[in-house]
Design a protein around this ligand. Structure first.
Ligand code: NAD
Length: 612
C-alpha cells in the first residue's frame, strides 16, 4: 500500500488479519521496514502488523529539504499510516531509535499535523471524520500503547542535562558516557564530508559493523539495498531536529497518558543507559525492560522483544497484566532496575528455588518472597513445595511445582513451565540435594548413581536450562548453587557426598568464568552444619535399616545441638546477590575449614582420617 503524507509517499506493508489489534512498527536510522522482519514473523499470527519505510528511506519517497524531516512531519506520517490501515479504533505503536522519537513526538509534540490524508483507496466509503475542534483536521488515530525500543524521550534531554550540570562525579560520568555515544551526531552536522564518507565508507562497511560490533548477522533486507541513499537522506533527521529544537530546560516533563513500555538495550553504543535514569516523568504508566543487547535488539533478540510487545498490547486490549510485564512495572516503580538500581533489590524479580520444600530451600524461598520477589518453589515433594508456597502468602506470589531435579525431561518441563507462566527468572537457586555417609568400599554403584544424579546432575540441569534461557532472553541474572564445606574438607565417611559437592563447587567456578560474558553471575554456597531435615534423610551406606535409623537420629541430635538455623543461610544467599561473591562459606566452621584448606591442607588431611 502507498500512503500520502505531507509531500511524501510512504511504502506501507501489512501482515496478519486486519480484524486483530493493529501494531505499527516504526523503524530507526539507517534502517527500513525490513529491520522488523523477525519480530513481524513472531507477531503476525496474533496481530495485524504494519510496517512502513519512513520518509526518505527504502521504497518511500524522499521529499527535498531538511525541513521535510522535522519530527512533527514524521509524527504526521505515523498518523497518516494509522489512519490508512485502521480508520477506526486504536493502534499500538512500536518505535526503534528515530522511529521511537517519532512516536514520542506523536504522543507529546505540538499538534501541527498536516492536512488530512485522502480516504483509503480500498475503503472510499470511510473518509476520515473531521475533528470538532479542528474541522480541517482528521482525528489523530488513537495510539493505545507505545513500546519504545532504544528510544528515550529526546525532548527531555535538556532536563536530563540540566539535572546533571552539578559537580557530582556520578552525573558527570553519565554525561561523559552519553557524549561517547553521541560523537557521530556532531560529525553529521559537518558540510559535504558526511555524505562522501557515508557513501564511500559506511555503506560498504555496514554489514561488517553489524556483524562484529552489534552481533547482528546481515540478511536480505537488513542492511537494505538502499542503504547508501538512506544514510544520506537520514542526515536531515539529525541536522533538523537536533539543531532546531532547543532542548527543554529545567522543570517537569509533561507525562503522556498513553501506557509506555521502554525496552532498553544495555549494551547500546549510541544511547547510554544513563539517559533513562529520569524516565519516571515520561509517562503516567511506565514499564521498563532491560535486555543485554546492542542497539539493534529487535534483530539480535527478536523473541523477547516480540513477547514484550505482545504482553503490553494484550494488557492494554483488556487481558490481565502478564507476570513479566507486572514485574517490569514493579521493578521500575521501585527503582530496582538491574542496571541503575541497587543490586540487591529483590522486589520485582523472579526467583526459582529447587528443594524449596524444606530447610535451606524453604527458608530462602520465604526470605525472597518477604523481600518482594516472585518465587517458584520446586521440590520432589509436592506437598512440601505447596506448604512453602502457602507459608509465603501475604507477601508475594509463590508458585509450587513438583519436580525431581535428577530427571532431565522433568527439569525441561519445569523450565518451559516457568518461562510460559512467569517469564525468564532473574535468580536460580540450585539447592535440592541429599546426604550420604559411610565408607567408600560400602558405597554401591546405585548409591553413587543416586547421589550424583541429584546433587550434581540436578545442579547441571537447573543451571543449563535457566542460563540458556537468560542468555536467549538477553537477561542478566544470578545462579546460586548449594555446594558444601565438604567440597573442600575431605572426610573418610563422606566420599560420595564430598565428591558431588566438590564437583558443584568447581562447576560453579567454571560457569562463573564463562557466563560472566552474558551478565550472569554464579556463586557457590558452602553452608557448614545447618539444622535441617537433611540429617533425617541422609543415607548411611553399609548398615542395616535399624542402624541407619539410629545414625540418622544421632546426626539429627548433633545438628540440633549445633543449632545453626537455615534462615541464616538464606540471609547469606540474599547477601551474595548484592555482593556477588564466587564462594561463600556460611557458618564459622565452614569458614575455618576453608582457611585450613588453603593454609594448612596437611592438617585437614589428618583430620579426614579421624572416624566420626
Ligand atoms: P533438606 O533435606 O532440609 O531439604 C532438601 C529439600 O530438597 C527437600 O525438601 C527435599 O524434598 C528436596 N529434594 C531432595 N531430592 C530432590 C530431588 N531429587 N528433586 C527435587 N527436590 C529434592 O536439606 P537442606 O539441609 O536444606 O539442604 C539443602 C542443600 O544444602 C542441599 O544441597 C545440601 O546438600 C546442602 N547443604 C546442607 C547442609 C546442612 O548442614 N544442612 C550443609 C551443606 C550443604
Amino acid at each position: 500500500m502507498r500512503v500520502q503524507s505531507s509531500g511524501a509517499e510512504l511504502a506501507v506493508f501489512e501482515t496478519g488479519a486486519p480484524d486483530r489489534p493493529t501494531v505499527i512498527l516504526v523503524h530507526g536510522y539507517p534502517d527500513t521496514h525490513a529491520v522488523w522482519d523477525e519480530v513481524v514473523a513472531l507477531l503476525a499470527d496474533r496481530f495485524h502488523v504494519v510496517t512502513y519505510d519512513t520518509r526518505g528511506m527504502g521504497a518511500s519517497t524522499a521529499p527535498a529539504g531538511s525541513d521535510a524531516y522535522a519530527l512533527p512531519a514524521l509524527a504526521a506520517d505515523l498518523r497518516a499510516v494509522a489512519q490508512a490501515v485502521r480508520p477506526e479504533g486504536p493502534v499500538h505503536a512500536v518505535g526503534h531509535d528515530w522511529g521511537a522519537f517519532e512516536v514520542w513526538e506523536a504522543l507529546t509534540g505540538a499538534d501541527d499535523a498536516p492536512p488530512p490524508p485522502p480516504p483509503r483507496p480500498d475503503r472510499p466509503d470511510r473518509p476520515p471524520a473531521p475533528r470538532p475542534d479542528r474541522p480541517d483536521h482528521p482525528p489523530a488515530p488513537r495510539i493505545a500503547s507505545f513500546t519504545a525500543i532504544a528510544g528515550p524521550r529526546i525532548d527531555d534531554r535538556g532536563r536530563w542535562l540540566a539535572r546533571r550540570l552539578r559537580p557530582r562525579p556520578a552525573a558527570l560520568a553519565e554525561i561523559a558516557a552519553q557524549a561517547r555515544c553521541s560523537w557521530y551526531v556532531a560529525a553529521i552536522r559537518l558540510p559535504v564530508l558526511p555524505e562522501l564518507f557515508a557513501r564511500r565508507v559506511v555503506a560498504r562497511s555496514w554489514p561488517g559493523v553489524l556483524r562484529r560490533l552489534e552481533r547482528v548477522e546481515p540478511r536480505p533486507g537488513h542492511p537494505a539495498p538502499t542503504l547508501a541513499d538512506d544514510l544520506v537522506a537520514g542526515f536531515a533527521l539529525y541536522r533538523t531536529n537536533l539543531r532546531r529544537r532547543p532542548p527543554a530546560a529545567a522543570g517537569a516533563a509533561v507525562p503522556t497518558s498513553v501506557p509506555v513500555q521502554l525496552i532498553v538495550p544495555t549494551k547500546d553504543r549510541y544511547l547510554s543507559t544513563g539517559f533513562y535514569r529520569d524516565c519516571d516523568g515520561w509517562a503516567t504508566t511506565l514499564w521498563r525492560r532491560d535486555i543485554r543487547a546492542g542497539h539493534w535488539v529487535q534483530r539480535s533478540h527478536p523473541a523477547p522483544v516480540a513477547r514484550a510487545i505482545a504482553e503490553l498490547v494484550d494488557h492494554v486490549e483488556g487481558a490481565p497484566e502478564a507476570p513479566s510485564l507486572r514485574r517490569a512495572r514493579r521493578r521500575h516503580n521501585l527503582g530496582g532496575n538491574p542496571r541503575t538500581g541497587p543490586k540487591h533489590e529483590l522486589a520485582g524479580r523472579l526467583a526459582v528455588v529447587t528443594g524449596a520444600g524444606s530447610g535451606i530451600g524453604r527458608a530462602t524461598a520465604l526470605a525472597f518472597a518477604r523481600a518482594g520477589a516472585e518465587v517458584v518453589c520446586a521440590d520432589i515433594d509436592p506437598a512440601a513445595a505447596a506448604a512453602t508456597a502457602a507459608a509465603g502468602e501475604g507477601s508475594v506470589a509463590l508458585a509450587p511445582i513438583a519436580v525431581d531435579v535428577s530427571d532431565a525431561a522433568a527439569m525441561e518441563r519445569l523450565a518451559a513451565a516457568v518461562q510460559a507462566d512467569h517469564g525468564v527468572p532473574d535468580i536460580v537457586v540450585n539447592n535440592a540435594g541429599i546426604g550420604m555417609s559411610g565408607p567408600f568400599l560400602d558405597t554401591t554403584i546405585a548409591d553413587w548413581e543416586r547421589i550424583i544424579d541429584v546433587n550434581l546432575w540436578g545442579v547441571i540441569h537447573g543451571a543449563r536450562l535457566f542460563a540458556a534461557m537468560m542468555v536467549q532472553g538477553g537477561q542478566e541474572g544470578h545462579i546460586i548453587n548449594l555446594a558444601s564445606a565438604a567440597a573442600y574438607s575431605p572426610s573418610r565417611m563422606l566420599s560420595a557426598y564430598s565428591t558431588t559437592k566438590a564437583a558443584v563447587l568447581v562447576l560453579s567456578e567454571c560457569m562463573r568464568a564463562e557466563l560472566g560474558d552474558h551478565g550472569i553471575r554464579v556463586s557457590a554456597i558452602c553452608p557448614g552444619f545447618v539444622n535441617t531435615n537433611i540429617t533425617r534423610t541422609t543415607h548411611f551406606v553399609g548398615v542395616n535399616a535399624t542402624t541407619e535409623d539410629e545414625l540418622q537420629r544421632q546426626a539429627a541430635r548433633a545438628y540440633a545441638r549445633r543449632g545453626y538455623p537455615p534462615e541464616r543461610v538464606a540471609q547469606a544467599i540474599i547477601k551474595v546477590i548484592a555482593r556477588d561473591r564466587a564462594l561463600v562459606p556460611v557458618t564459622p566452621e565452614a569458614r575455618v575449614l576453608l582457611a585450613m584448606s588453603r593454609v594448612t591442607p596437611g592438617a585437614l588431611r589428618r583430620l579426614a582420617r579421624v572416624a566420626q
